[in-house]
Write a protein that binds this ligand. Structure first.
Ligand code: NAG
Ligand code: NAG
Length: 805
């Protein structure tokens, strides 16, 4: 219609011109003049427009990496928070300490077995291929101490640390490494401890230095002043020591550098022995030394104290029996505090299960790292990826082996648990994330900061697009904390002030979702960033967090996603809560929340009266499959591509029944008396759909893509496996509906109790069987799958056991 009207008006213009053209000869010169001036003006306008266009482009191009313009949320950093200055903030290595300082020196451990060095290699980064029987923190309070057990058969390596606070430069700390061998055998074993300086921010010299002196590592940095690390054997025999003062090309290449420093020495006791020697790669100057490893050949059982001292603190450092006693006291204190917070003993869990829960919490808290660097980001206006601004991130990593970096939506789930343990830590983590928001209101989803983090990410996942969202779980977690711990946010309190500084950023983030992820229909939303490359059985929606969960088969602008709409409801609800506690105007958020809670609107967009389920809408066909294509040319390999045997139609994607269909319940959008809730609860309990004795499956067994590969190389991920964060949301919503006065309360209560038992039992059993928490669990037999250890949101099992959800 609009188009048609335009044509008509053009015609009218034309008629006007032709009728005037014949009116007078003398007007020709005038007309030419007019034409010239019009032409000139035209050129001027065009030039102006080009200039505007270019400067706008330039402006738009810079927006993606321009920080949000307001006070930073993080006010105190580094030594201003002395109690959290030192920590195991390098979760990607088996044991690594550093301070919360961009240019902190880093310390760490490596080891190898003398007899198996050639086939096992040197252990350093947490690596699934090392096939360790188990490793992880048994206790870690995130602040003062931690104790970890690493089982690298036939050895147990226990690593612990205790901090000694005080002074102006961060205090002392002691790390103990204790190696025992099966059957108490006495075997030679190589332990390595190193100190290194990070030069990725430019050369640390001339202000920072590391060197070796008389069996110790010494150093100096502007923040720490002079420090020293002494090696004090506690039990067992130290057979041989060697060291090196070296230059490593980066923190991500320490192990490689270490290898290159080994030289074979003949030893009367061991025949040939690889020992550290001088760095002969370059004629090294003192100021170039940035890597000082010490290799200790020991005989197990062996235990050593690695004692870091700062010059300015006169309190003696912990070592020997004094350390043993201090560690025991810390452990006892930790257990008391754990029980006080989660009451698992009181709830009747046996000691073995309580120990697993303690380890789960400890790994969540002990998996908190401190990173510094710049992401690579891209917008539609930048030709190439550009660097984000350099910034720190204090974050709990989902997995020390596989995902040792920050993830936006994971962090919201982590926060539910970390916030229960230590609001200080969680508010600081959230503050760091909020400082990563840009002027557009966007926060990059995956944070790859620094050389060590970058070295562990496949190239194709490095660049972050500013069109990409990720569920606003962190916002929801903040509001949850306000609700359950109102006393932390009373006027004038520390956390209230932090939340207040966050507010403008939270508003911007929320608004960014509203604008950038809006759908075509009113009150609908669409995840951006789905791409059909013709290879994927169903194009992924990485931004939704549910990666390969089946959506419309053919991505298009008419698509609308029911999970995102529910996230936006929860986000509007969270903004309302936060605005209210800060005594700001919440009316706008409240209005959006209420609109998104309107079930008629929701049902119009997403309810299928045919299948009686909620679903996405889009261009969809179920008639897709992966087929192997015969190569045209005999030199090429066969390719597996997707074929479509019936054209897609605009429709609800009802065949993909699973987590996405549950979102109106999961995020408590539905009213307690909603008939749709009744139907969801009924479906939830069906073993041939989502219900399993181990938790809720992500995708129904009846769905066409249940446990189907997405491409030749892409195994199923969110296509049936059980994921703990969504089971957590399910439990939380079941409890909510059980408490609400409604016709389904009893049903919800009963499902809640059974689901909780299933989830808890399976996670604990798998931990006992394998020594790990997993990324996901099989919907068929409950076995752990995906990567391990996965101490991110799977650690929510602690809250589930505690019935705190
Ligand atoms: C080292 O570990 C063994 C086995 O767990 C334990 O018996 C011993 O007390 C530990 N030694 C020290 C010094 O912590
Ligand atoms: C290692 O520690 C575990 C757990 O404490 C224990 O059961 C096992 O016997 C230990 N193994 C060795 C080799 O010391």
């Amino acid at each position: 219609m609009v188009r048609h009207r335009k044509v008509v008006s053009l015609k009218t213009d034309k008629i006007d011109t032709s009728s005037s053209s014949g009116s007078s000869e003398s007007s020709i010169g005038n007309k030419t003049f007019k034409f010239l001036s019009v032409w000139k003006t035209g050129v001027g306008v065009v030039c102006f427009l080009i200039a505007v266009y270019i400067s706008t482009l330039g402006y738009l191009e810079t927006r993606v990496n321009t920080p949000f313009d307001d006070d930073k949320v993080v006010k105190e950093t580094g030594l201003q928070i002395p109690e959290r200055y030192w920590g195991t903030y390098r979760p990607g290595v088996y044991l690594g300490l550093k301070s919360r300082e961009p240019r902190s020196p880093v310390f760490g451990m490596m080891w190898y077995e003398l007899s198996a060095a050639t086939h096992k290699g040197i252990r350093h980064w947490c690596d699934q291929n090392d096939n360790l029987a188990t490793y992880g923190w048994l206790r870690h309070d995130g602040v003062t101490f931690g104790e970890q057990l690493i089982t690298d058969l036939p050895h147990n390596i226990t690593t612990s640390f205790v901090k000694t606070p005080g002074g102006e430069h961060g205090g002392h700390w002691t790390a103990r490494i204790n190696v025992t061998t099966k059957g108490n055998a006495r075997v030679p074993f190589m332990l390595i401890w190193y100190a290194a300086l990070d030069e990725s921010l430019g050369p640390a010299a001339p202000h920072s230095r590391l060197w070796y002196e008389d069996g110790s590592i010494l150093g100096h940095t502007p923040q720490l002043h002079n420090f020293r690390i002494n090696f004090v054997p506690y039990k067992g025999k130290l057979l041989h020591t060697s060291y090196s003062e070296a230059h490593a090309p980066g923190l991500h290449l320490l192990k490689e550098k270490f290898y290159s420093l080994l030289k074979i020495e003949r030893s009367s006791m061991f025949g040939k022995l690889a020992v550290l020697g001088p760095d002969d790669e370059l004629n090294i100057k003192e100021k170039d030394i940035n890597f000082v490893p010490i290799q200790l050949l020991v005989e197990t059982p062996f235990s050593i104290d690695i004692v870091y001292t700062t010059e300015d603190l006169s309190t003696p450092p912990l070592m020997g029996d004094k350390y043993t006693r201090a560690l025991e006291a810390k452990k006892m204190q930790f257990d008391l505090e754990f029980e006080e917070k989660f009451k698992l003993d009181e709830k009747g869990y046996p000691p073995q299960d309580v120990a697993i829960a303690r380890a789960a919490l400890s790994n969540m808290v002990g998996g908190v790292g401190y990173f510094f660097g710049a992401s690579r980001v891209q917008s539609q206006y930048t030709k190439e990826p550009v660097p984000y601004w350099r910034a720190p991130l204090y974050t709990g990593v989902p997995s020390r082996s596989f995902f040792p970096r920050g993830f936006l939506w994971d962090e919201g789930f982590h926060g539910l648990l970390i916030g229960r343990w230590s609001p200080d830590i969680q508010m600081d983590i959230a503050a760091h994330w909020m400082d990563l928001i840009n002027v557009e209101g966007w926060i990059p989803r995956e944070q790859i900061l620094g050389a060590e983090a970058l070295a562990r990410v496949p190239k194709e996942f490095v660049v972050q697009s500013n069109a990409a969202a990720n569920p606003p779980m962190l916002l929801i977690q903040l509001a949850h904390m306000v609700k359950i711990r109102p006393e932390l946010f009373v006027s004038g309190s520390k956390h209230r002030n932090t939340l207040d500084r966050m507010y403008s950023r939270l508003q911007a983030w929320y608004q960014w979702f509203q604008v950038s992820q809006r759908g075509d229909e009113p009150t609908s939303y669409r995840w951006r960033g789905r791409e059909d490359d013709g290879l994927q059985l169903n194009p992924k929606t990485l931004t939704s967090g549910l990666d390969d969960y089946p959506r419309a088969s053919h991505p298009s602008d008419i698509e609308r996603h029911v999970d995102l709409r529910c996230w936006m409801f929860a986000a509007a609800d969270a903004m309302t809560t936060i605005a209210d506690v800060l005594q700001r105007d919440s009316s706008k958020y409240e209005a959006t929340r209420d609109q998104l809670a309107d079930e008629d609107l929701l049902n119009d967009l997403h309810w299928s009266s045919h299948t009686q389920t909620y679903a996405d809408f889009g261009l969809h066909t179920d008639a897709v499959k992966l087929v192997r294509q015969q190569p045209k040319n005999p030199n090429e390999g066969a390719r597996v591509i997707r074929t479509v045997t019936a054209p897609p139609q605009p429709r609800l994607v009802t065949s993909a029944f699973g987590y996405v269909s549950l979102f109106p319940m999961l995020l408590k959008v539905l009213k307690p008396d909603s008939e749709k809730l009744g139907k969801i609860l009924e479906d939830l309990d069906k073993p041939d759909l989502l219900w399993s004795p181990y938790g809720l499956r992500s995708l129904s067994k009846s769905a066409p893509l249940y446990m189907k590969r997405n491409t030749e190389h892409d195994p199923p991920y969110w296509r049936g496996q059980i994921w703990i964060p969504i089971n957590y949301l399910a439990l939380s919503s079941l409890k909510h509906y059980a408490k609400a006065d409604g016709p389904y309360a009893a049903r919800a209560a009963e499902l809640n109790a059974r689901l909780r038992d299933n989830v808890v039992r399976n996670i604990l059993n798998e931990y006992k069987r394998t020594g790990y928490l997993f990324e996901q669990y099989s919907g068929e037999d409950g076995k752990g799958s995906g990567c391990k250890p996965f101490n991110g949101w799977t650690a929510l099992v602690v809250l589930i056991m505690a019935d705190e959800y």
